[in-house]
Design a protein around this ligand. Structure first.
Ligand SMILES: Nc1ncnc2c1ncn2[C@@H]1O[C@H](COP(=O)(O)OP(=O)(O)O)[C@@H](O)[C@H]1O
Ligand SMILES: N[C@@H](CCOP(=O)(O)O)C(=O)O
Length: 324
């Protein structure tokens, strides 16, 4: 459960009084997510999500994230919209944390990814990339390749207790990834965390799921567009036994390319982008695994799931392993 900051009834009612979104009917902490504290709010005006920003979010960057969400929605992408209080400000403070209320998106995220989810996901990613164009400012990727060595350093002490020999293996992988990392690919605003739990679907019961919205833009940044695709291949195309599902990968990539064709250089870089993306999630998970205090109300994510992916990509090397 990711509720790092508990809110009292009184504090929430006082906070809501600053908004024009009706009276509080009910609220509950949301038992998902690992980064921020999220509450589902029901007011007399409808449903909302209240987020208290914790951990890795730099408060100075919040206006960028909220601005990107507004920009994307103005171009037709379905994503949560920051709700302004009576004074026009969406970004406020609650219980000593930066906080914002966003609109509630209908839909459910797939607990088990089926092949039918993959093409809509690929298309949604390409639409996100197209819609992001024109959002003025860039935000460097604070969890990009430049950050990985120091993240790994932060895990040196506890890493081998998770798996003997892990730190040395990661040193070796990281060395190779940084040596091969591309210098010059098409860039744009990327989501950078488009895992199944951040993509909502409707219509699943008919067997033809369609994306109803994307959430959680708090890792969004400006980076290689194809890196976002690599993140999705990692998050969507491995089976529970960690076998890579090439049919799912083909579906994601083909749907993406039907909207934004990849260049030769992007295709050639896909294997190393997949290794880098596996490394990025492995490292943040390993850091959290070894640093989360006992008793914290959060379900830590297993770093070794990403070691298995990393090993797959290292063995693959060639873009044909991804169905191309
Ligand atoms: N705008 C929204 N509409 C509906 N549900 C949401 C919305 N934002 C968050 N949620 C719910 O909260 C959960 C955690 O949100 P998320 O942004 O992934 O948290 P975190 O930032 O901690 O990773 C989601 O899985 C979803 O169930
Ligand atoms: N997707 C990341 C962790 C961030 O989680 P989210 O709850 O913000 O989507 C991972 O799986 O390691």
């Amino acid at each position: 459960m990711a509720v790092y900051t508990e809110i009292s009834d009184e504090a929430l009612r006082a906070y809501l009084a600053e908004y024009g979104i009706g009276e509080l009917v009910a609220f509950r902490g949301i038992a998902e997510g690992v980064e921020n504290s999220n509450y589902a709010l029901k007011t007399t005006a409808g449903d909302f999500i209240l987020t208290l920003y914790e951990k890795r979010v730099d408060p100075a960057e919040l206006p960028w994230f909220l601005g990107l969400m507004r920009h994307l929605a103005a171009r037709g992408l379905s994503c949560p919209q920051p709700v302004a209080a009576r004074d026009g400000e969406a970004l406020r403070e609650l219980c000593g944390r930066p906080a914002a209320i966003c609109t509630f998106l209908p839909g459910v995220w797939p607990r088990r990814v089926r092949q039918e989810h993959c093409a809509p996901l690929g298309a949604a990613l390409a639409e996100l990339h197209a819609s992001g164009a024109g959002f003025a400012e860039a935000r460097p990727n604070s969890l990009g390749p430049e950050a990985w060595a120091s993240l790994l350093d932060g895990c040196r002490e506890g890493g081998d207790a998770v798996l003997p020999g892990l730190v040395a293996e990661l040193d070796r992988h990281l060395d190779g990834i940084l040596r091969e990392w591309p210098q010059d690919l098409p860039r744009g605003h990327i989501h950078a965390d488009l895992f199944p739990d951040n993509v909502f679907f409707l219509g699943d019961e008919s067997g033809v799921p369609r994306v109803s919205g994307l959430i959680d833009f708090y890792f969004a940044c400006t980076d290689f567009l194809a890196y976002d695709l690599a993140i999705c291949l990692n998050a969507w195309c491995f089976e529970p036994d960690y076998a890579f599902n090439i049919t799912k990968a083909r579906a994601v990539i083909a749907a993406y390319q039907s909207i934004r064709p990849l260049s030769e250089a992007e295709l050639a870089a896909l294997p190393v982008l997949c290794r880098g993306s596996a490394m990025r999630f492995l490292l943040t998970r390993l850091y959290d695994w070894t640093h989360t205090p006992a008793g914290a109300m959060v379900t830590r994510k297993d770093p070794l799931e990403y070691l298995k992916r990393l090993r797959f990509h290292e063995a693959a090397r060639d873009v044909r392993a991804y169905g191309l």
